[in-house]
Design a protein around this ligand. Structure first.
Ligand code: UD1
Length: 339
């Protein structure tokens, strides 16, 4: 008989975190959420409660606060931790690199230290395909070397992975998941992404333009060496990303020794920015106001995953396609705007 996991989810009110909490609860796990709500809102926790019919054990807490974390770990016997709590804006990281290192790297170190003290050894870490930069080979697999990071944000993910690889030898069992481009929202439209101010990411910009919150979408560049000249990415439904974390917990549970392993978490399908925009118009029937603008500094031309390793190790597959992902993103935007 398997025991119930008690999973601590840091950043559980965030975009990927909240969807993961839903999947964890639906798979029968006990979950505790910490989040400082600096980049999210309590209504996301309420959305999770409505979807799952479960009261969430929520703690408004900062992961840099070692004392508060120690207290929480003393009061609970966590079986594993999923660490989402981090800043993720590429632009902001260029303007405020120190706050990115402090928050993203600092909180990981505090968390590892607290975990060690309380003998909690299993960790799933949120990494990013940004660690690869522009890879030499596409689809990119996990053996590709890290290139110089394009931003302090990317650099924090590289540094965190390196720390984890080294620290794992102290008895930890660690999986890093390198996310490609998570998009969409829970099919219920009760939780989704809450971008702060003007969105940097493509899909929130698309849905806000469709909702007439933004006048027009600018496509950053049409002179790349791709089929239609726009950049190519691997867009993956956020609930599929979330589901992989449940499998990651199972995977870690099965290992007898300490280890560190990184996995690509993408669909394996490259989609161009223009293709995505056209797909959005096709599935929603909305004519999107868009134009072509200059390239955005720091963008890689083309990146998509080779997801073979995660397929084999986790027995995980995606459930949603691009059209469903975009429809769910639009349903969420409409709910946010009362459209
Ligand atoms: C990047 C990182 C990703 C990170 C994410 C966090 C890479 C390959 N990916 O994603 O790891 O987690 O930032 O924010 O480095 N675009 C437009 N118009 C817009 C917005 C975006 O054309 O208004 C284009 C971009 O130029 C890009 C694509 O859409 O080609 C996707 O952009 P975005 O959603 O910001 O994600 P990435 O930059 O790929």
């Amino acid at each position: 008989m398997s025991t119930i996991n008690h999973v601590l989810v840091t950043g559980g009110a965030g975009y990927i975190g909240s969807h993961t909490v839903v999947e964890l609860i639906e798979a029968g796990n006990k979950v505790t959420v910490v989040d400082n709500l600096s980049r999210s809102e309590y209504k996301i926790i309420e959305g999770i409660e409505t979807i799952t019919g479960t009261k969430i054990d929520f703690h408004k807490m900062d992961c840099l606060d070692a004392e508060a974390l120690h207290k929480l770990f003393s009061q609970n016997k966590f079986s594993s931790v999923i660490h989402f709590a981090a800043f993720k804006s590429v632009n902001e990281s260029v303007a405020k690199p120190l706050s990115y290192y402090k928050n993203n790297v600092g909180s990981l170190i505090v968390l590892l230290d607290v975990m060690k003290t309380h003998d909690v050894k299993d960790l799933i870490f949120s990494s990013s395909c940004t660690v690869y930069g522009q890879p030499d080979q596409i689809p990119v697999d996990e053996s590709a070397p890290f290139k110089k990071a394009e931003s302090p944000y990317g650099s924090t993910k590289q540094v965190c992975e390196q720390i984890l690889e080294e620290v794992a030898t102290e008895g930890f069992r660690v999986v890093s998941l390198r996310y490609f481009n998570p998009i969409g929202a829970h099919p219920s439209a009760l939780i989704g992404e809450l971008p702060i101010g003007v969105p940097n990411n493509l899909v929130p910009y698309v849905t806000q333009t469709a909702a007439e919150v933004r006048k027009a979408l600018t496509i950053f560049g049409n002179d790349y060496n791709t089929s239609d000249g726009s950049c190519v990415r691997d867009f993956i439904h956020v609930s599929d990303v979330a589901g992989a974390h449940v499998k990651a917990i199972d995977y870690v549970n099965k290992q007898s020794k300490s280890f560190y392993e990184a996995f690509n978490l993408g669909t394996g399908i490259g989609v161009s920015v223009l293709e995505l925009v056209k797909k959005f118009m096709a599935v929603t029937g909305i004519r999107l106001n868009y134009s072509i603008g200059p390239r955005r500094p720091g963008d890689v031309e083309k990146v998509y995953a080779n997801p073979e390793k995660i397929h084999k190790a986790f027995g995980w597959q995606t459930k949603y396609d691009l059209g469903q992902s975009l429809l769910h993103a639009w349903e969420w935007e409409k709910k946010l705007r009362d459209i």
